[in-house]
Design a protein around this ligand. Structure first.
Ligand code: UTP
Length: 474
């Protein structure tokens, strides 16, 4: 039988071979359960991978602006949209589409001490983000008379509380067996000189491997097999922090699956950049492939270029909404998937030499992540579909300021006001045109403008809070 002591010695040797023996600095003082836990982590660690990560710490990301960089092919709104919508609806009715939400991030900017999806996000009823998407999926199932399964990527850190929240809320009536949770992978956080850190005396500091980890996680968790078993061919990908997303969008699905120029592998949505300087990735093309160029990599001169119509040439801002085919994710993950690593300097608390916890005042570590949009150039051809910011993008990233709960709630209310007004409601407006009331519209009542015609028009009073929800009196 292998004793803890002999495991410890073996681990020490392995780590020493890679200059990481400090990880066992406090091992002697651990009780057997905690030591066992730490040794499990060391055993699971690929020290070769840690070496590769450490070696990558000081390269600059290696992005070289392609000489042939051009704007990506954008599918703008057009009279053909009805045909794409009909195509998408047929796929939905045939049960070939699933939703996939990534909800594994750390949400550090928001500072919410629970999974981000539990954040109360709506302007009146303060429904948690998870409920917002659940109601959309519920409504879409009803509308298309078909099952739409929901795959949710968590992280090892928030997996248990996420599952518990869904269980507490009866899976929002969706049926527990139609929602699948699985955690993403992690990558070790490293000091600037490539050393592992201890988050606890018995725990190596790791961070979730970024939303790019979602593709491998789909494979490893058996979600792709589950999809195949259920006849699912297309995956609607969105992030947990954008309550305006159309989680099930037939036009987008139709363009992805059938538009000329689409390989049907990966399709993305864009919104026009607010201005040349907006800090958002931009869809570009090079050598026949579509790609997202990060704002920091796009030279200011290119970012400011305008076309003949006066529009920014590179105006296609990425909003992290994609369609992927199951076959594409299978192909990518058949033999392992290596997406580029993106690095960020972070403050990572750690256990110091003296065994005490250190809360660094300045960034002391590099967090590495992969991004899902780096899979786009791996598709044979990939289209980008235009949508409106006011219609689909109001993320909750920060506690206040831009992209905060306040801005997102205002955008939710403004969109609801617009939809209802188009359906004959009377909405009071301020002199600058903003709704002079707060409106919350549950997807169970209407999840697009057209569905609002099914609601009896009302006159909303100035300053009122009006929640349109089948379960609410307001
Ligand atoms: P963000 O890039 O906004 O990161 O994630 P975050 O971790 O949520 O927040 P900060 O940066 O710490 O403040 C965008 C989306 O990708 C998911 C998040 O849950 C969110 O839906 N994500 C991000 C993951 O699922 N896993 C990750 O490792 C990172």
């Amino acid at each position: 039988m292998i004793t803890l002591q002999s495991r410890l010695e073996r681990a020490r040797e392995r780590l020493a071979g890679h200059g990481q023996e400090h990880v066992l600095r406090h091992a002697e003082g651990l009780d057997p359960v905690r030591l066992d836990r730490l040794l499990d982590q060391v055993d699971a660690l690929s020290l070769e991978q840690v070496g590769t990560l450490a070696a990558a710490l000081h390269d600059d990301g290696g992005f070289v602006l392609p000489a042939d960089l051009a704007p990506a092919t954008i599918v703008r709104r057009s009279p053909d949209d009805a045909a794409w919508t009909a195509h998408g609806e047929a796929l939905l009715r045939a049960g070939k589409v699933a939703c996939f939400m990534v909800a594994g991030g750390q949400g550090t900017r928001l500072g919410w001490d629970a999974p981000k999806g539990t954040f109360p996000a709506t302007p009146i009823l303060r429904a948690p983000l998870f409920r917002v998407f659940a109601e959309q999926i519920h409504a879409a199932r009803r509308r298309y008379g078909a099952m739409i399964r929901w795959y949710i990527m968590t992280s090892p850190m928030n997996d248990a509380p996420t599952r518990a929240f869904f269980a507490e809320h009866g899976h929002f009536g969706l049926g527990a067996d139609t929602v699948m949770f699985f955690p993403q992978g992690t990558l070790p956080s490293l000091t600037m000189d490539g050393k592992l850190l201890l988050a606890e005396p018995d725990e190596i500091a790791v961070n979730p491997d970024g939303h790019g980890g979602s593709l491998r996680a789909l494979r490893h968790a058996g979600a792709l097999d589950d999809m195949r078993a259920h006849g699912i061919e297309h995956i609607s990908y969105f992030q947990v922090d954008n309550p305006l997303v159309h989680a099930v969008d037939p036009r987008f699905i139709g363009v992805h699956a059938a538009h000329p120029g689409s390989s049907g592998e990966m399709t993305s949505k864009m919104v026009a950049k607010r201005d040349a300087a907006e800090k958002v990735g931009v869809f570009c093309a090079s050598a026949g492939r579509t790609m997202v160029v990060e704002y920091s990599d796009l030279p200011a001169s290119l970012a400011a270029e305008r076309d003949g119509a006066g529009r920014l040439r590179f105006d296609a801002g990425s909003i992290a909404i994609h369609m992927l085919s199951r076959a594409f994710v299978e192909r990518l993950t058949d033999h392992g998937l290596a997406l580029p690593l993106h690095k960020a300097r972070k403050k990572v608390p750690f256990i110091g030499d003296d065994g005490r916890r250190v809360e660094p005042a300045t960034p002391n570590a590099i967090k590495m992540e992969t991004f899902v949009f780096d899979a786009i150039p791996m598709a044979q051809s990939s289209l980008v579909v235009e949508t409106d910011r006011a219609e689909e993008f109001a993320p909750i990233k920060n506690a206040d300021g831009d992209d905060s709960p306040a801005t997102s709630m205002a955008a939710q209310s403004a969109r609801a006001a617009r939809w209802l007004e188009a359906a004959g409601w009377s909405i009071p407006r301020t002199v600058d045109g903003a709704p002079d009331c707060t409106i919350e519209l549950s997807p169970l009542s209407a999840s697009c403008e057209a569905e609002c015609t099914g609601l009896a028009p009302r006159a909303v009073e100035r300053g009122a809070a009006c929640a349109v929800h089948p379960l609410s009196p307001g």
